[in-house]
Design a protein around this ligand. Structure first.
Ligand SMILES: Nc1nc2c(c(=O)[nH]1)N[C@H]1C(S)=C(S)[C@@H](COP(=O)(O)O)O[C@H]1N2
Ligand SMILES: [Mo]
Length: 391
């Protein structure tokens, strides 16, 4: 037991969660209920900290409910008492004209903003990378679409007054590793993204106070960017002249600037921080392994593309030989995902594969497989599932 804890802490320190698979639901649900919410139908990837993904069938709905939203953290949530609104404080410091200490009520004096945005872990789809990459073996569900309410980070920074030398904004949450030798999860974003009017300090998720697992009482939302920028349990904002030093900014969450050629050995290119989400789509229904009947079969799913809108989703029902365009539903909102639908006229009995791929307004197309990278980040290969047409 001791060895296991020790190993886990060391692995956490280097950014690798222990993969125990969905086999230990009792510990997982105990932890989740300690954290004040049920596991719902989540697929558990790691029990401590509680890392769990949403089964893709949930993506048939536009918003992903809080208790079915994937969750990920490096060390688990801080003690619930420390982030209760009356105990919790946010400090704003560093290269600012006036340091601030704010409570939730102070923040709520600022104009409230609500927007819907996809939150996706950079490691979502890591399990699909070849060669295999160590780390949490997320498949398709470390992503969700939620409505976030909060205040603009810009408004808070303006209240403090950013000095001209300030170019990066650092975030620290209240969560702590079990061992003092393990680095804190500290991250920064460039000032331009911090000042973007859609970058939020959110206190509500889908119209309810942020659940503990999702960062109560306040988290960062950087719409269109990967989730490691979305600091949970936020307690400190520090304006800096440079990017945050330390493991979680300088080693983890970086990708080669240009694609890696595996035959050439190591990256051989500068490593840059993961920021925007690449274009991606998923099939929510039917499900892997389903049997469908001859005749019309409704295929549905979601597609998103970081800061750009999705303009096209294509579906193949013959394992990629031919593609047809799906119908995009609704209006399309920046940062949210777009639901899509395609009615397939299934004619030939037997097994087949259904695939989907999306294109965004910048002309970026979802590739058949993603470029490999040492962290196993940003998987956005075509989604694919097997079904059987019953005679
Ligand atoms: N304080 C803190 N914030 C954090 C993390 C963390 O470990 N600590 N993990 C990040 C990562 S890697 C992800 S994928 C998202 C997950 O957010 P969720 O649990 O609300 O889905 O939180 C991000 N914010
Ligand atoms: Mo993540």
């Amino acid at each position: 037991m001791f060895r296991r804890e020790w190993l886990r802490t060391v692995l956490q320190g280097i950014g690798i969660g222990m993969v125990v698979g969905p086999g230990i639901p009792s510990i997982a649900s105990a932890q989740a209920s300690e954290a004040g919410q049920g596991t719902g139908p989540l697929t558990v990837r790691v029990t401590r900290p509680f890392d769990a993904e949403t089964p893709v069938r949930e993506f048939a709905s536009w918003l992903t409910p809080n208790e079915r939203f994937f969750t990920r953290s490096h060390f688990g949530p801080p003690p619930a008492d420390s982030v209760k609104p009356d105990a919790w404080r946010l400090t704003v410091k560093g290269l600012v004209k006036e340091e601030l200490t704010l409570n939730l009520k102070d923040l709520q004096q600022l104009e409230a903003v609500t927007l819907t945005a996809v939150l996706q872990c950079s490691g979502n789809g890591r399990a699909h990378h070849r060669p295999k990459v160590p780390g949490v073996q997320w498949e398709r569900g470390a992503v969700g679409n939620a409505q976030w309410t909060g205040v603009r980070l810009r408004d808070v920074l303006q209240q403090a007054g950013v000095k001209p030398q300030g170019v990066h904004v650092q975030f620290q949450g209240a969560d702590r590793p079990a061992l003092a030798t393990v680095p804190l999860f500290t991250r920064s974003i460039p000032l331009a993204k911090a000042l973007h009017p859609d970058t939020l300090l959110a206190y509500e998720m889908n119209g309810r106070p942020l659940p503990l697992l999702h960062g109560a009482p306040l988290r960062v939302i950087t719409p269109g960017w990967m989730a490691e920028s979305c600091m949970k349990w936020l307690t400190e904002i520090t304006v800096r002249v440079d990017e945050t030093p330390g493991y979680y900014m300088q080693q983890a969450y970086r990708i080669p600037e240009t694609a890696v050629r595996l035959s050439s050995g190591l990256p051989g290119s500068a490593m840059v921080p993961v920021e925007q989400m690449p274009v991606k789509s998923l099939i929510a229904a039917p499900a892997e392994g389903d049997t469908v009947r001859i005749g019309p079969v409704t295929i549905q799913g979601v597609a998103w593309a970081g800061e750009a809108p999705v303009v096209k989703v294509e579906v193949s029902c013959d394992d990629g030989k031919t593609w047809e365009q799906a119908r995009l539903l609704g209006e399309g909102q920046p940062y949210a995902w777009r639901q899509w639908q395609f009615v397939w006229n299934a004619r030939t009995p037997g097994p087949t594969a259904i695939l989907c791929r999306a294109t965004d307004a910048q002309g970026q197309e979802q590739p058949a497989t993603s470029p490999w990278n040492p962290g196993g980040f940003l998987w956005n290969g075509w989604d694919r599932l097997s079904v059987t047409v019953a005679a």
